[in-house]
Design a protein. Structure first.
Length: 247
């Protein structure tokens, strides 16, 4: 069953049975397909959430308090992973944490975003595995870790950003991506043709699309940045723009 068939079935069951139903965590590619058919599913009042506002991987909840007469939270738990001893901890990256979790037999759709700060990580997961992970994840690479449920994660979920000034001929998304990642126009175009570019969480194939201030661009395999808008125009007619790269 493809993603849209699954979503249509959940929407229909939620509406017909007057109950909340939830997807697993969906990837950006899956969410992009949802956005293309968002209007068709609106009758079931879908809401998206991934544990925090900055999360890219999100669940969809079908059903609403207005329709059903009660509220139900998303089945999402936040887990903090920290080293047993800081002084012996390695510098771990996203792949290290994800690999350690999946080595426990956990499927990717059970896990949301992973945020890293200093030598600790925050991971969102489905409630159904929230007890399993702390009991079984004891090591990430060579670092012994402790896993605890937490509701205090504002310091993790607000991503660090590094400001960068760029000069472009226009605010076209392909031109900005070229400058941000030091790519040729052809290399940038290939990213669009491969479906690797997302604008505000939605897949975008129109490489000539003009960016607006505060637009968020994600390029799979490259990174993510926020377009800060045009500052001024150079003497040669180029646009001086500000971008904020997610670190």
């Amino acid at each position: 069953m493809d993603i849209m068939q699954r979503l249509e079935e959940l929407a229909r069951r939620s509406y017909n049975n007057s109950q909340y139903l939830f997807t697993d965590f969906l990837s950006m590619a899956e969410l992009s397909q949802y956005y293309e058919h968002e209007r068709e599913l609106s009758y079931s009042c879908p809401v998206l959430y991934g544990g925090c506002e900055a999360a890219e991987r999100r669940m969809i909840r079908f059903g609403s308090g207005e329709l059903l007469g009660y509220e139900q939270d998303f089945p999402i738990t936040a887990l903090r992973i920290r080293p047993v001893q800081d002084k012996f901890a390695e510098e771990l990256n996203h792949r290290d944490y994800l690999g350690a979790l999946m080595n426990l037999g956990i499927k990717r759709e059970m896990l949301g975003d992973i945020f890293i700060k200093d030598k600790s990580a925050l991971v969102f997961c489905k409630d159904s595995i929230a007890g399993f992970v702390p009991a079984n994840l004891t090591r990430v690479r060579h670092t012994s870790v402790i896993v605890e449920e937490t509701e205090d994660f504002d310091d993790f979920s607000e991503p660090e950003k590094q400001e960068k000034m760029i000069q472009v001929s226009s605010a076209r998304i392909d031109a900005v991506i070229s400058r941000v990642y030091n790519l040729s126009r052809q290399e940038a175009l290939a990213l669009f043709l491969s479906g690797l570019v997302y604008l505000n969480g939605r897949s975008v194939s129109e490489n000539a699309k003009q960016l607006r201030t505060d637009d968020i661009v994600s390029v799979r395999g490259r990174g993510k940045f926020e377009f800060g808008g045009e500052i001024n125009t150079s003497k040669k007619g180029k646009l001086n723009c500000r971008v904020r790269l997610y670190v």
